[in-house]
Design a binder for this molecule. Structure first.
Ligand code: UDP
Ligand code: MG
Length: 147
């Protein structure tokens, strides 16, 4: 997990996706408002749609899990908003802002508590480490698209 970590790896960026359910329900604006109000600066952003191969690669760590097929179907069924966010302690602070994977366990006021329908359709993605934030951001954005 930490084999890509180097002492100079940045700790002030994370990667997010507003998942297809958030886009379908018209929650893009409300969720971006929560994100920027919490002090995150948007340094890359686009509306895009993952292919099946994209989703399988992005979530490869979960490929043996029983929900993998459903996860790939869900994440490819419509457009997402992909973004790179900048803030001190970005990865941990963003995970706090979005709340637990299962919205029933998410704290009051978190994005998943407010907007997620279920543990599967849970509105947003947030990277789980600095190294994955870099890998995931680079998966979606060319260097010249990261400001
Ligand atoms: N997921 C699911 N069922 C589960 C656990 C996860 O459908 O029991 C989906 C859900 O969309 C989640 C994604 O798989 O966001 C990745 O799971 P992970 O455990 O990495 O949760 P996250 O880091 O997104 O909180
Ligand atoms: Mg995860």
């Amino acid at each position: 997990m930490h084999k890509f970590f180097t002492p100079d790896m940045r700790t002030d960026r994370t990667f997010t996706m507003l998942k297809p359910d958030s886009v379908e329900k018209g929650h893009i604006g409300a969720i971006l408002e929560k994100i920027t109000a919490a002090g995150f600066r948007i340094v890359a952003m686009k509306l895009t749609q993952m292919t099946t191969d994209d989703a399988k690669a992005f979530y490869a760590i979960h490929k043996e899990r029983p929900f993998f097929g459903e996860l790939v179907e869900y994440m490819t069924r419509g457009p997402i908003v992909a973004a790179i966010l900048e803030k001190e302690n970005a990865v941990a602070d963003f995970r706090t802002l979005i709340g637990a994977t299962n919205p029933e366990e998410a704290a009051e006021g978190t994005i998943r508590k407010l907007y997620a329908a279920s543990i599967g359709e849970n509105a947003v993605h947030g990277s789980d480490s600095d190294e994955n934030a870099a890998i995931e951001g680079n998966f979606h954005f060319a260097g010249r698209e990261q400001f």
